[in-house]
Design a protein around this ligand. Structure first.
Ligand code: COA
Length: 338
């Protein structure tokens, strides 16, 4: 668990998102995969998703979302944290290039790697930078060109994952202010890392001296097992986050934003937590699962559409590879994407 030091924490001051313009429908996928619009909609809740065009990298999405968040906040940042599963290259981190392209100068910049939980891990990290006095304003971006690691022939993942970027600007402020980040509940279970993985391309495979087998450079997911863990972990961490925030329970949430993994998972988690359907934010039908970007894209779109407004008590939770998960509770501030 990561908490803010008494008297000084991070406060959300701006947000923005960017989705690549190309849209792929379920019907488009049926032309190259043995699947159907009915299967995808009923099992995942997804109808369309945005995908990068050839040559577009994670940093390209991140720069757009980051610029919008900075414009929304009306300020610059002295640190950039980028949560991503799909860095532009294995080395170096992508955040310094993003900071440079945003014209932020020689600021602190690094990546956070926590797959679909990346935004919440990044939020805890950025809050720590501010609470410790290391930074005054952090640009936290969560961006994934997730389709670049998906096996186009794997119908179990190709119908779910998509591309996008979302960002928030966090400034130093008081824990009692709307938008203040309090305790972030975080957890992991590396004993189950094989349930979500890209087997090849890292030091394990490279040091073996054996070339990757066909397909090992792609993302793999044991969908059914992941489903069960996602429900358990998002439910439990949401309860912990509500308690850590001093709420009576998750049912206190005016709005519930969960990582947009699968509409059935989201419904099960929200039902278990006693959160009424009209309080659940969702955009999975339009954007699919955008990895680390999922939560900030959902927040930015909801704030733009008016379904998330100042004063709402907001419960956030995510789950992803690692396995990793997280949750936090806050009061939504008076910020809107530009
Ligand atoms: N179209 C049609 N059929 C498909 C399909 C597709 N896109 N994907 C899988 N199937 C088939 C399977 O081959 C299987 O067929 P079989 O019974 O003949 O073997 C059948 O559908 C059921 O497969 P299963 O994997 O058990 O389906 P499911 O109901 O569990 O749905 C997922 C699959 C991937 C949608 C679901 O497991 C899921 O959402 N898991 C969690 C994923 C997630 O949230 N990941 C993100 C974590 S960050």
């Amino acid at each position: 668990m990561s908490g803010a030091a008494a008297g000084r924490t991070a406060v959300i001051a701006g947000l923005g998102c960017h989705l690549p313009p190309d849209v792929v429908t379920n019907e488009d996928l049926t032309r190259r995969l043995d699947t159907s619009d009915e299967w995808i909609r009923s099992r995942t809740g997804i109808a369309t998703r945005h995908v990068v065009d050839p040559g577009t990298a994670t940093s390209d999405l991140a720069v757009e979302a980051g610029r919008r968040a900075l414009d929304s906040a009306g300020c610059e940042a002295d640190a950039v944290v980028l949560a991503t599963t799909t860095p532009d290259q294995p080395c170096p981190a992508t955040a310094p290039a993003v900071a440079a392209r945003l014209g932020l100068g020689p600021v602190a910049a690094f990546d956070v790697s926590a797959v679909c939980s990346g935004f919440l891990y990044g939020l805890a990290t950025a809050t720590g930078l501010i609470a410790s006095g290391t930074a005054e304003r952090v640009l936290l971006i969560a961006a994934d060109a997730f389709t670049t690691i998906i096996d186009p022939a794997d119908r179990g993942t190709a119908v779910i994952f998509a591309d996008g970027a979302g960002a928030v600007v966090l400034r130093a402020g008081d824990p009692a202010e709307p938008g203040a980040i309090g305790p972030v509940v975080l957890g992991s279970d590396g004993g189950l890392s094989r349930l979500i993985e890209v087997p090849a391309g890292g030091s394990r495979q490279r040091s073996s001296g054996v070339a990757p087998a066909p397909g090992e450079e792609f993302f793999r997911m044991a969908g059914r097992e992941v489903y069960r863990h996602a429900v358990d972990r998002m439910t439990a961490s949401s309860r912990q986050a509500a308690e850590a925030a001093g709420w009576a329970g998750p049912q206190d949430a005016d709005r519930f934003a969960a990582h947009q993994a699968n509409a059935r998972i989201l419904a099960t988690v929200a039902d278990d937590l006693g959160i009424a359907p009209e309080r659940r934010l969702s955009n999975i039908e339009r954007v699919g699962n955008t990895g680390a970007a999922s939560l900030p894209v959902l927040l930015a779109q909801s704030a733009a559409e008016g379904t998330l407004t100042a004063g709402h008590r907001l419960l956030l939770t995510a789950f992803g590879g690692g396995l990793s998960w997280g949750a936090t509770a806050l009061v939504w501030p008076d910020v809107k994407p530009v």
